[in-house]
Design a protein around this ligand. Sequence first.
Ligand SMILES: [Zn+2]
Ligand SMILES: [Zn+2]
Length: 360
Amino acid sequence: MRITAAVLETAGGPFALRDVDLGEPRPDEVLVRLGGTGICGTDLEFATFFPTPAVLGHEGAGVVERVGAQVTSVAPGDRVAMSFTSCGRCPTCRTGSPAYCHAFDAVNFSGRRPDGSSALSLDGAEINGHFLGQSSFATHAVVPERAVVPVGDAVDLTVAGPFGCGFQTGAGGVFNVLRPEAGSSIAVFGAGAVGVAAIIAAAVSGCGVVAAVDVNAAKLEAARSYGATHVVNSAATGAAAALREIAPHGFDHVIDTTGRQDVLRTAVEALGPLGRCGVIGVGPSPEMSFDWRSVLNGRTITGIIAGSSVPQVFLPKLLDLHAAGRFPVDRMMTAFPFEKINEAVAAVRAGEVAKAVLTF
Ligand SMILES: [Zn+2]
Ligand SMILES: [Zn+2]
């Protein structure tokens, strides 16, 4: 079928709305008509080097239009959010940790299905897609059944998409991995969309101290409204000293959403003995370094992908919290019509919007 997709024609370049051919769903795939899709930092990062032409986008939600013969979990007309995909056959998939699928990169970031094919063609030639299982910067997407999550009829499709990546990543790092005790302390580094999701999850978990660290005063002010009990503007003050004042014995938990070496070091050193650092951000630094003695006292540093979640289990829980008003992430969303994708990307890059969502 003929669809409209935002095609990245050259790495780093703008997106161009093009007529693209989308193949039929295979037996284990689902055709989804998009209702909304978030724009995530990962899209912008990959847009700088991904082999082109390509269709990116991976925070989509929509309505199922057709399903392959083997699909049993959704039917045409069902509303779904989409998330990452996984192979389903490797040891970590088999033991319930698809976020750590042995084939994660191959099935999510190769631009192709595992057999090398693509559902997307431009001017008669296959192009890269299947980005994080989705390629949701398009009116329609062909998605593996493993990447779709039924969300029910009450869920707003313009809001649901980012639950499949950014919000799941931030909230899952807290709910699924760190699991802070009520009354414990946590510091969240980076108060963007992912950090805010972690802050809300920490507040919902009953953390006594929820410190938000960022260089952007407006984001920190917003973080307070989402449940941060303390904010540290690391552009204005030494973060390490400020954090020591907030938690003199060190934090029980910290989360880094920035992927920056200097921030990670500050985060690890802000921990108390036996404290745990969740590393969930993909950022500019290829390495992290710290004084090895700083981890001798029982501190743990753990990498976390996609909130360590099983999307079909975790997303409905998050969406229920949202429906109850306890995970109010829609407050940080700014909607743009799909056709304005380049304006939306510019607004994200300029830090003007916390979470851009494209509507169809
Ligand atoms: Zn797997
Ligand atoms: Zn993402």
